[in-house]
Design a binder for this molecule. Structure first.
Ligand code: COA
Length: 248
């Protein structure tokens, strides 16, 4: 798909984005990259973020400056923000580098401040409960579960269940041997909902049987379409273009 710059269609942005596999009930800022299909529920805002296929974002969640894998379940009122304020200057307030009060104060901010951390990275098949805050730049491993209300300040290992503030590991979803097998399989590269359209009796509730099936018959299972789209706005125009596959 080549880049297409277009005026907003009469039926609105939502119906346009749906054609590209983005079911967006919230608001999106520049720099969103996604694999189809994904879903963003109402009252959520996402910007400068990459999202893999089948991930969804529940209502009233704010995500900024993050890379999110496939099959992630992101709860309501979750906060993943990239921005930071200067801690070493006179004030951590942004007046030194940004005039937020232009209608009352006419000055040119003398300093510049990058304001962004490294991207926050959320692996594949991560479940983030309600009201979780993930601090900027943290990496959440594939398969992790983040308990409701947690504040995640440090990296989370794959398949760990973490709770609390600061979030700590309370257990793992599976024994280490199965975790290793799941990670090795990269099962999230398969389009399992599409497979379910073709096949009955898929043992999704038994990870070991599922891995056996993928190892035996993986070539019969459809793969996720890795072609990604990028969204941005230029005044009243919408730009939807191609983005390179994740990790390139
Ligand atoms: C994290 C979670 C999945 C763990 O569930 P579980 O595997 O059944 O774990 P348990 O209930 O056995 O809890 C293990 C321990 O962690 C504690 N714990 C569980 N969830 C917690 C949370 N959110 N915050 C603080 N402590 C928590 C339990 O009290 C228990 O402590 P103990 O060992 O001292 O008794 C679940 O508690 C949770 O938070 N789910 C998210 C729910 C949610 O937000 N849903 C809406 C969005 S989809």
């Amino acid at each position: 798909m080549d880049t297409a710059t277009q005026s907003l269609p009469k039926e609105g942005l939502r119906s346009l984005l749906l054609k590209y596999g983005l079911d967006n009930g919230g608001t999106i800022g520049n720099g969103l990259i996604w694999e189809a299909p994904i879903k963003i529920f109402h009252s959520s805002h996402v910007s400068e973020t990459e999202i893999g296929a089948y991930s969804y974002i529940s209502p009233r969640t704010e995500i900024q400056h993050a890379n999110i894998g496939r099959y992630c379940s992101i709860g309501d009122n979750v906060n993943v923000r990239g921005s930071a304020h200067p801690k070493e200057w006179l004030s951590s307030h942004p007046f030194s580098y940004r005039n937020l009060y232009g209608s009352s104060r006419n000055y040119k901010p003398p300093l510049t401040f990058q304001g962004y951390s490294e991207k926050t990275v959320i692996g594949h098949d991560v479940w983030i409960g309600s009201r979780v805050t993930i601090l900027p730049g943290v990496t959440i491993g594939t398969g992790a579960v983040i308990g409701a209300g947690a504040v995640v300040a440090k990296d989370v290992p794959p398949y760990a269940v973490v709770v609390g503030n600061p979030a700590k590991v309370v257990k793992y979803r599976f024994e280490q041997a199965l975790i290793d097998r799941l990670l090795q399989s990269a099962w999230w590269s398969y389009d399992l909902p599409k497979f379910l359209e073709q096949q009955a009796g898929v043992p999704l509730d038994d990870p070991e049987k599922m891995l056996d099936l993928l190892e035996r018959n993986g070539t019969d299972v459809p793969r996720i379409d890795v072609r990604r789209k990028r969204y941005s706005r230029q005044r009243d125009k919408v730009v939807i273009g191609s983005a390179p596959p994740a990790g390139t």
